[in-house]
Structure formats: structure tokens, C-alpha cells
Design a protein around this ligand. Structure first.
Ligand SMILES: CC(C)(COP(=O)(O)OP(=O)(O)OC[C@H]1O[C@@H](n2cnc3c(N)ncnc32)[C@H](O)[C@@H]1OP(=O)(O)O)[C@@H](O)C(=O)NCCC(=O)NCCS
Length: 230
């Protein structure tokens, strides 16, 4: 099934919290998700895929079947029937009032990122992060973005430091509740460099010269007519 990366909306919040609870020991109250989406509605992104789970029930509900609502599953992986959340990035701007007057006011922060286990190593985290970095820079004018990562988190460390070229600022001792140290990381943002088009794999290029439609020749017209009449 295809995977879509799109901006997160209020409808995604429960699924994002569910994915966070599945994938990470750092969890947040639901109101913290709401705070992100209401304050910086263009900064967070989700990856979703489609299947037919729940679609039947939706059709039954639409047709007014008597016991359809009792059958409707409330699976927290599903944003809506048929659309399953498989990853998210939750991002924000610096909201520290003490930094409001300094240049640090214009910095973004990655609060949380995770991808469901079955969907890992497919490039989803990289794509989610690139979308969030671009949005923080373009929409919220962030000069840089910061984050913390556990010293033992090899996958995330590789993603941030090697793939996305974050700089390791320092080690924050016992940053996490269980006593583990964190790497504090930072990346300077440049909107032009972050343009999503710069990171599309493959060599498809826009051809703005030729027509998308085939020329309307006599033979293609005849073919079309035959197809319609058959
Ligand atoms: C960290 C995490 C988000 C990565 O998600 P993902 O979708 O698998 O990552 P991607 O497929 O985009 O991979 C990005 C890069 O990281 C590398 N990578 C991914 N998983 C890795 C692993 N387990 N070990 C080493 N490198 C890894 C990929 O090879 C890729 O590198 P490349 O650009 O050199 O090819 C995912 O493992 C996860 O959700 N982990 C649990 C939650 C978590 O740790 N979140 C981060 C908190 S700071």
C-alpha cells in the first residue's frame, strides 16, 4: 500500500500519541499534542497508509444498518476508517519566554519522532524530518532547530547526525528520567537548501516544454471512438 506524508491535523493527535506510547519511553499528556498543533499547525507531519480496515463498517453506518455502530472498532492506529498512521514528527518553535528577546526566539525544536516498527528502514523518518525542517524554516522563520537524543539510540543518532547533518553540541548528563545521558543537537536551517525537491530520489525532472496529452491524431481519435463504442 502507498504511504503518504502529509501535514498533521487535529484528527491525527490520538494516533500520534498512540504511536509515541508504542515507540518511545518519553510520553506526553494529550494536551501537549494539542498545544503543538494549535500553536504551530504547519510544523508537524504524519506518515499514513491505506487499507480496508473499518471501511465496511463505515459503509454500513452510512447505509443506516441497525447494529453497525456497535461493530465499529476504535483502533488507535487508524485516523479514520482505511487510513492508518505509521509515523509522525511532532515539532514546535521555541516557546521559552526568557528567550523571547534573544535571537534564540527563532529556533525550532523536534519534540518527538517515531515510525512504527514494520515501517522502519524505508526512509520515512528522514522524509518526515525533512518536511518538518522545511516548514519550521519557511513558515515559522526558524534559524536553527534543536533536539535531544539518547546516547544509546543508534538508529536516531545515525538519522540526525549522518543523514540530516545535525551537529552534536554537547552531552547533557542524566537528561532522561531513567538517568541516561542525551546528545544535544542542532542544525542551522537554510530554506533554499531544505526545499523538498532537492531530496527527491530518482531522476524524474519536470518537462515544461512538451504537452502532457498525446497529439490528437486521426488514428488516436479513431481508437478512442472504438473503445467507447465497444
Ligand atoms: C529512529 C527512527 C525514527 C528511524 O526511523 P526510520 O524510518 O527507520 O529511519 P529511515 O528509514 O528514514 O532511516 C534514516 C537513516 O537512518 C538509518 N537507520 C535507520 N534505522 C537504523 C538502525 N536501526 N541502525 C542504524 N541506522 C539506522 C538508515 O539506514 C538511514 O541512513 P542512510 O540515510 O545512511 O541510508 C525509528 O527507528 C524509530 O521510530 N525508533 C523508535 C523511536 C525513536 O527512537 N525515535 C527517535 C527519538 S529521538
Amino acid at each position: 500500500m502507498p504511504i503518504t506524508i502529509r501535514r498533521a491535523t487535529i484528527d491525527d493527535m490520538l494516533c500520534m500519541q498512540n504511536a509515541n506510547l508504542h515507540n518511545l519511553p518519553e510520553n506526553y499528556l494529550f494536551k501537549y499534542y494539542m498545544y503543538h498543533i494549535l500553536s504551530w499547525p504547519e510544523a508537524s507531519f504524519v506518515a499514513t497508509t491505506t487499507d480496508d480496515v473499518g471501511v465496511d463498517q463505515l459503509e454500513e453506518l452510512a447505509s443506516g444498518a441497525a447494529n453497525a455502530s456497535s461493530q465499529c472498532k476504535c483502533d488507535p492506529c487508524y485516523v479514520r476508517p482505511g487510513e492508518k498512521l505509521v509515523g509522525y514528527v511532532l515539532a514546535k518553535m521555541n516557546d521559552d519566554p526568557a528567550a523571547a528577546q534573544s535571537s534564540d526566539a527563532l529556533n525550532g525544536h523536534i519534540t518527538s519522532l517515531s515510525v512504527m516498527r514494520t515501517y522502519r528502514r524505508m526512509g520515512l523518518a528522514e522524509k518526515l524530518m525533512r518536511q518538518a525542517l522545511f516548514a519550521l524554516s519557511e513558515v515559522y522563520k526558524a534559524n536553527f532547530v534543536s533536539l535531544h537524543v539518547r546516547n544509546s539510540n543508534r538508529a536516531a543518532l545515525h538519522l540526525y547526525r549522518d543523514t540530516l547533518e545535525f551537529e552534536v553540541l554537547n552531552v547533557e548528563k542524566s537528561y532522561y528520567l531513567d538517568g541516561e545521558d542525551a546528545y544535544a543537537m542542532k542544525k542551522i536551517l537554510d530554506t533554499q537548501q531544505l526545499l523538498p525537491a532537492n531530496f527527491q530520489r530518482g531522476s524524474i525532472q519536470d518537462d515544461l516544454e512538451s504537452d502532457l496529452l498525446e497529439p490528437n491524431t486521426e488514428s488516436s481519435l479513431q481508437e478512442g471512438i472504438q473503445k467507447i463504442t465497444v
